[in-house]
Ligand binder design. Structure first.
Ligand code: SAM
Length: 281
């Protein structure tokens, strides 16, 4: 259905279906007509490419994806939106809606079942209350994805796309960079949504790596990253010692073997530093 990002069309559609927005499900629908075509195009969707969308809402981005992708599978938790999507996507045969919580889904199984050897990408305007858990699930489940293009709160986008080792770097920066190469694509103002959220948003793309950039024991690596950033103001020897937890003496030994100064701050460390610490634990 065209004109889906037109406020009048949306109001009429939602009124007809008696739909009211759920704040707790992060329902802020896009009403800026230039955003979805741009997002769909930059996501890598195209001929021979399958797309997973999370949270299609009334289908404004889904429409754009259906126009250019081989197949779109959209996962929507709110079952009140199913009849709306039936109507707004009625002209496409290459779309399937799954009514489920994306956090509960076996996405590896879904990809094997639905995409039959196609390249697969994710493209979504994420519900902001679970942005990081969804991104980490997509990466940690080791799905055969080429890229993940998502709209998130601007501050989360800046944190994810920060240089590892820079002041803006956090646990999510290091964790995402272990699996993917993140890139900031473009900003989207709060006024581009209905209802308007309090903050601006940004679209980012994560190009999934075929192999992690460092060799390490993943469990230890992520335990170190979590402990290191749990008290980011503290020096690394203190945050590791209390976060892991291990004795102060042992922590100093590990840091020395890893060639990391004991008074460094977590945000200054590189992926290699985190891997070296994990490898010496
Ligand atoms: N894609 C639409 C757009 O851009 O206008 C809607 C995006 S809105 C920010 C987020 C959507 O995610 C809503 O439709 C909401 O119902 C859905 N959602 C929220 N939590 C979800 C979950 N755990 N699994 C799947 N969908 C979810």
């Amino acid at each position: 259905m065209n004109r889906l990002s037109d406020i009048g069309t949306i109001k009429e559609l939602l009124g007809k279906h008696g739909f009211t927005f759920s704040k707790s499900l992060g329902q802020n629908f896009l009403v800026n007509p230039s955003v979805c075509p741009r997002m769909a195009e930059l996501s890598g969707a195209g001929e021979g490419v399958g797309v997973i969308e999370i949270g299609p809402g009334i289908g404004v981005l889904t429409n754009e994806l259906c126009k250019i992708a081989e197949k779109v599978v959209a996962v929507e938790l709110d079952k009140r939106l199913l009849p709306v999507l039936d109507e707004t996507l009625s002209e496409y045969e290459n779309v399937k809606i799954i009514n489920a919580d994306v956090m509960e889904l076996d996405l590896n199984g879904l990809i094997a079942e639905e995409f039959n050897g196609m390249d697969v990408v994710v493209c979504a305007n994420l519900p902001y209350y679970i942005t990081s858990p969804i991104i980490m699930k997509l990466l940690e489940d080791k799905l055969p994805l080429k890229a993940i293009t998502v709209m998130v709160q601007k501050e989360a986008a800046q944190r994810i796309c920060a240089e590892v080792g820079s002041r803006m770097s956090g646990a999510v920066t290091v964790s995402v960079n272990y699996y993917a190469k993140p890139k900031m694509l473009f900003s989207v103002s709060a006024g581009s949504f209905m209802p308007s959220p309090k903050v601006d948003s940004a679209v980012i793309r994560l190009d999934v790596l075929s192999e992690p950039p460092v060799k390490t024991d993943e469990k230890k690596f992520f335990a170190v990253v979590k402990a290191a950033f749990s008290q980011r103001r503290k020096v690394i020897s203190n945050s590791l010692s209390s976060g892991l937890p291990i004795s102060k003496e042992k922590t100093l030994e590990v840091l020395k073997a890893a060639n990391v100064p004991s008074n460094a701050r977590a945000e200054k460390l590189s992926l290699e530093d985190f891997a070296n610490i994990a490898n010496n634990l």
